[in-house]
Ligand binder design. Structure first.
Ligand SMILES: Nc1ncnc2c1ncn2[C@@H]1O[C@H](COP(=O)(O)OP(=O)(O)OP(=O)(O)O)[C@@H](O)[C@H]1O
Length: 231
């Protein structure tokens, strides 16, 4: 499903963010990406989304080398991967319903399909009663549930999250994790970069640990850290 082959990324200012990454994630897996600040987690995600280009190596998505994808085919990648960010990135002037519908509209979905699908995902993230609210009327956890609903509304086979519980309190963060678990149980591959030690330790999922742009650990049913005690 996802494969990094000898993937390296050096930014224009000379920072070597990733060095020779080799990793494979199969369909249906749930993978945490951990590591200290600056280790390269967000860079890894940006390469997958084609927000940044590799310096050398390849990244495959469904056997397609995305480093070779022409810009007009980037929407294919955006259709394959749903993304959830720590800062939500929800449109403030649209309601909850409209935010999610918009994610379908930009991919050209039929209005009838939008009317069918949006209430379905709203119910999945338990936000049916907030459909007509504007973002400034929502709590942090509700914001994050809107961004999850938006990420999954086009039914992508892969869901990527960069620090999705970073701004949330303990109980709200666990509520969000339950939603990710359920989405994964339904067959979606989940890749999540996080600093949430307690969540990683209790979830017992695959853990890929990065340090200084290299993979230093890749374990099934892993924990947050062996490498260092200060993070
Ligand atoms: N656009 C950029 N230009 C130059 N250097 C960058 C850029 N983005 C990230 N970096 C550098 O690349 C390295 C990896 O950054 P990255 O954001 O991938 O780390 P991270 O593991 O996601 O960190 P955090 O946990 O703090 O989010 C860091 O040294 C960072 O300063």
């Amino acid at each position: 499903m996802i494969r990094f082959v000898n993937a390296s990324k050096t930014y224009d200012n000379g920072v070597k963010a990733l060095s020779n990454i080799n990793v494979k994630v199969d369909k249906g897996e749930f993978v945490f990406i951990v590591g200290p600040s600056g280790a390269g987690k967000s860079t890894l995600i940006k390469l997958l989304l084609k927000e940044e280009d590799l310096t050398s190596g390849s990244v495959f998505l469904n056997e397609m080398d995305i480093t070779k994808v022409k810009s007009r085919r980037i929407p294919y990648i955006r259709r394959t991967i749903g993304v959830v960010f720590q800062d939500f990135r929800i449109l403030p002037n649209k309601t909850v319903y409209e935010n999610i519908a918009f994610a379908m509209e930009i991919l050209g979905a039929h209005p009838k399909e939008i009317r069918r699908r949006v209430p379905m995902v709203l119910s999945m993230v338990d936000l049916s009663n907030k459909a007509n609210c504007y973002p400034n009327q929502l709590s942090g956890g509700e914001h994050q549930r809107v961004s999850i609903a938006r990420a999954i509304v086009n039914n992508p086979p892969v869901l990527i999250a960069d620090e999705p519980t970073g701004n949330l309190d303990h109980d709200t963060a666990w509520g969000i994790m339950e939603i990710f678990k359920e989405i994964n149980r339904r067959g979606t591959t989940v890749l999540m970069a996080t600093h949430a030690k307690e969540i990683v330790d209790l979830m017992k999922k695959r853990v890929i640990a990065l340090e200084s742009g290299r993979i230093v650990r890749d374990e099934e049913k892993g924990v947050y850290n062996h490498e260092t005690s200060h993070i």
